[in-house]
Ligand binder design. Structure first.
Ligand code: NAP
Length: 302
């Protein structure tokens, strides 16, 4: 049984594809009110290339008594630890939690909240967004890397993902992948918020991008992730050009008045620098400016 916490963008994308492959799936929704609106909607709708498909997947709330062996955690990084703590009494010994959260930091928080479980980290380039409650658009086909820094043995359920058509690979160095993605995010997303531009707008700020990349490279080396630092600047430039017409996820969050995952992205990078007594002036200034910007827009700065 796949228990999936969070029927947002990624949770719905995973739930519908697993259910479509005939695999057993149950959703865990926040509370009775969310469960009632879900029941009213009659299930999840996945919109793929303009075609909508409906899936009447069973759902329940966190205090349901059913034991959990395998949990897909599909909430935002800032909700992850609290969500898992709530479910901790239901996790059987040897339970597995698959963590879809972007950035770094929430994985350790979850591991502390559920020490009896195996935590498997994911880094995904898939893209989805909620068109309406319980209606999700599959916007960008991509790939998901999964891994467990404490146990390199892949779990048997990777076969379920293959059956469900979820493109994936088992990564022997998932932490490095998460760091690489975090570094790309730090070099691009905050600046798109501060300049209020699409990713392509950053081509007007090459010197600032170069300074940020140099500091991120220094940080990655210092944190023992030299592989994640390789050609970072080239990849940042490539991503800016390849996604020139897009608004970054952080820009979308801010413009729609939603809380960002800053603590687990730029905030995490700045904390790591501080722990290593590294002085990274551009990165730290960017963090300060972003925090001020969020506060000015009435958004949480954590
Ligand atoms: P999302 O659309 O906001 O969905 C998060 C869901 O988690 C919401 O439905 C929310 O419930 C639910 N939730 C939060 N706390 C809960 C709790 N205690 N119990 C039950 N449900 C709970 O977020 P998302 O875009 O799927 O992102 C999830 C993670 O994936 C993020 O870290 C994001 O950065 C990462 N990611 C997303 C994408 C993408 O394309 N969307 C791509 C790559 C990575 P409510 O609906 O009740 O608020």
């Amino acid at each position: 049984m796949w228990h999936i916490l969070g029927a947002g963008s990624l949770g719905s994308l995973w739930a519908t594809r697993l259910a479509r492959a005939g695999l057993p799936v149950q959703l865990i929704l926040r509370d009775q009110a969310r469960l009632r609106s879900y029941q009213h909607a009659g299930g999840l709708t996945l919109i793929e290339q303009g075609e909508a498909q409906h899936y009447a997947i069973t759902a329940h709330i966190p205090d349901h008594p059913q034991p959990i062996q395998r949990l897909l955690l599909a909430c935002k990084a800032y909700d992850a630890a609290a969500a898992v703590s709530q479910l901790a009494p239901r996790l059987v010994p040897g339970a597995e939690i698959l963590l879809l959260q972007n950035g770094l930091g929430s994985q350790d928080e979850v591991a502390r909240a559920a020490p009896q479980a195996r935590c498997i980290f994911a880094s995904s380039t898939e893209g989805a967004f909620r068109q309406a409650d319980f209606q999700v658009v599959f916007a960008g086909h991509g790939h998901t890397w999964l891994g467990d820094p404490l146990d390199l043995q892949p779990p048997i359920w990777l076969e379920d993902l293959r059956q469900a058509g979820i493109g994936h690979d088992w990564s022997l160095n998932i932490t490095s992948r998460l760091w690489r993605k975090l570094a790309l995010n730090c070099a691009i997303n905050p600046l798109t918020v501060l300049h209020d531009c699409r990713n392509g707008g950053l081509t007007e700020h090459p010197a600032h991008i170069t300074c940020l990349c140099n500091e991120l490279i220094e940080l990655l080396h210092c944190c023992g992730h030299s592989a994640a630092a390789e050609n970072l600047h080239d990849e940042v430039q490539r991503v800016i050009l390849a996604t020139a017409a897009n608004y970054s996820s952080m820009h979308q969050d801010v413009s729609q008045g939603r809380r960002t995952e800053i603590t687990y992205l730029l905030g995490y990078a700045c904390n790591a620098a501080q722990r290593h007594q590294l002085v990274l002036p551009h990165l730290q200034a960017l963090h300060g400016q972003l925090l001020a910007h969020l506060q000015a827009h009435g958004l949480p700065s954590h």
